[in-house]
Design a protein around this ligand. Structure first.
Ligand SMILES: C[S@@+](CC[C@H](N)C(=O)[O-])C[C@H]1O[C@@H](n2cnc3c(N)ncnc32)[C@H](O)[C@@H]1O
Ligand code: SF4
Length: 397
């Protein structure tokens, strides 16, 4: 993208996000369970069970993790993940309550099937996450149900959104209610209708766009869904997104738009896309910064700096482990800075936010935390890793 187009988008913040010293993590992802009640073609959670739940970090351990994360990053966010996290409703609410009690924001993405009546919707408003996203695969019922593998899934998801919006109104909550839309070959030409459904017909606060990656949890060596549905014309997609930006006043971040286009160009260039995660393909450039902002903790209390298993991990056993892992992982970060796996496009790990407002929030977080570190004795805990990090910081693209 040329500079004048960026100016046309009104980008006032730095052209490239400046390197920052190691700051507290902005997000901790915490898994509730592995199983699921839908059968999405792009995900394998529904093949898994929670039969080994005796080995999971108990809820009390996860609450302790939240407390430690809140101390490490008081302005941080906890993302409650699954499987379908709302299949274990009491565990789900015990974690969102722990976030509220510790003063950190809780976010979660759910498939909507467990928000079936006004009382659950009200409970979400009163003790659930501060931001809840319901996943939709399409503005079309048939396409959503087909790709989510269960008839009736679309109606349940839309009903959940309506129940949440009504409950928010009734109880006067400030919970954000979003849709997490999955974009792939079969639906990218419907993005305009997707916005119309979500923003105008349903009245949710935002449609977040999430682009197809290889099947989550792919076990074998083939990924037919990714092969067929990864076929997106990057330039046409960019035109559609820019038109929606103007029509719905979305405030897209032009760097993100560039990266989305680049992502699908990279998928088209991969000669073995049918192998999914096993593909030899990669994104043209490095677009992830998970290692600078995220800690992912799975069911067993194993912490990583992104979702991929290929980088080293540490197991949370006692208070202090989370901080230690975060501040002593420079070697892992150095390796991750060279990683161009397809998951870099995920909203959970990519460096660029989809909107300029989101980008500014991230810059504000960096600036606020940097100022705090400079003025606080707490800096000490980060100081050695900060010096090490300075050596590793990548040059701007
Ligand atoms: C793994 S699900 C877990 C939460 C819940 N079960 C749901 O579907 O919302 C979280 C998000 O990941 C998305 N997802 C699953 N498989 C994906 C893939 N292969 N590529 C991109 N996003 C995917 C889902 O659409 C969903 O929005
Ligand atoms: S994407 Fe969500 S709803 Fe679909 S199978 Fe995976 S965990 Fe279940």
């Amino acid at each position: 993208m040329n500079f004048s187009l960026r100016e046309a988008f009104g980008v006032k913040s730095p052209l490239r996000i400046p390197p920052s010293p190691l700051l507290p993590p902005r997000f901790m992802f915490l898994e509730v369970n592995k199983r699921c009640n839908l059968k999405c073609q792009h995900c394998d959670f529904w093949h898994r069970t929670d039969d080994d739940r005796d080995n999971y970090l108990p809820v009390a351990g996860r609450q302790a993790l939240i407390a430690e994360f809140a101390a490490l990053s008081p302005r941080g966010n906890v993302v409650i993940c699954g499987g379908e996290p709302m299949l274990d409703l009491e565990d789900y609410f015990s974690l969102t309550r722990a976030c509220r009690e510790n003063g950190v924001r809780a976010l979660s993405v759910v498939n909507g099937t467990r928000i079936r009546n006004a009382s659950v919707a009200e409970r979400v408003m009163l003790e659930g996450p501060h931001e809840i996203s319901i996943s939709l695969n399409s503005p079309d019922q048939a396409q959503h149900d087909e790709t989510r593998g269960v008839r009736g899934a679309f109606k349940k998801a839309v009903n959940a959104l309506r129940l949440l919006i009504e409950a928010r109104e009734r109880v006067g909550a400030s919970t954000k209610i979003y849709v997490m839309g999955l974009i792939f070959g079969g639906n990218y030409r419907s993005i305009d209708r997707f916005y119309d459904l979500v923003l105008n017909e349903i009245g949710a606060d935002k449609l977040k766009l999430n682009f197809l990656q290889p099947v989550f949890g792919q076990m074998g060596q083939v990924d037919p869904f990714f092969e067929s549905q990864g076929a997106v014309d990057p330039e046409e997609l960019a035109r559609i997104l820019k038109a929606c930006d103007v029509k719905y006043g979305l405030g897209f971040n032009p760097y993100w738009l560039e990266q989305v286009e680049m992502y699908f160009r990279s998928l088209n260039a991969a000669t073995d896309r049918d192998r999914g995660w096993a593909s030899s393909g990669a994104t043209e450039s490095h677009i992830c910064n998970s290692y600078d902002r995220n800690i992912m903790v799975n069911h067993y209390g194993v912490a990583r700096l992104c979702f991929a298993n290929k980088f080293p991990s540490a197991t949370f056993r006692a208070p202090g482990d989370l901080r230690r892992f975060w501040t002593t992982s420079e070697k892992i970060r150095a390796d991750m800075r060279k990683c161009n796996q397809f998951c870099g496009i995920s909203h959970s790990v990519r460096r660029e936010s989809s909107t300029l407002v989101g980008r500014q929030k991230m810059l504000d977080f960096q600036a606020g935390e940097t100022a705090l570190m400079q003025s606080s004795d707490a800096t000490f805990a980060f100081a050695s890793s900060l010096r090490a990090l300075a050596r590793f910081h990548r040059k701007p693209d």
